[in-house]
Design a protein around this ligand. Sequence first.
Ligand SMILES: [Zn+2]
Length: 177
Amino acid sequence: MRCPFCNHPDNRVLESRSTEAGQSIRRRRECLSCQRRFTTYERIEFVPITVLKQDGQRELFDRSKILRGTVRACQKTGITPAQLETLVDEIESELQQRAVREVSSYEIGELVLQQLKLLSEVAYVRFASVYRQFQSVHDFVETLNDLSPQSGSNQEEFKQEPGTRIGSIRLVDESLV
Ligand SMILES: [Zn+2]
């Protein structure tokens, strides 16, 4: 950090203070050459994450897609919306800490599975069955979104109520083996 007055490269920090509820750090500095003082702010860099989809296309990471993709798997499992938000937070912060800014949709699905496993076996199996068929949570959500109310047999499977769910899980389990 060069001195804004004399361009000297070295300075010493007189004081550091956390500001904006910990979102940034304010530092009071003194130039080692001209002794003038100046202030700098350090902020956490938020770099967008790109998702590499199964079809080779890229899109920006979208937490709402993951949320939508998990909501169905978590229906009637006792998992609360707040827990789902936390799940997505965990995944997002894990991705934010990585040096590489690109992640495959497949890997996102695996991260979701890791988290769901801790919350509910049922949700885990449901999500795994659907997600592994579609290879990615993004593809899965897109497929769900593309289904029109009149469309074919796939939709029946997604709309099944608890009574018939076991059958569809078994069906898909076989396809996983
Ligand atoms: Zn200076």
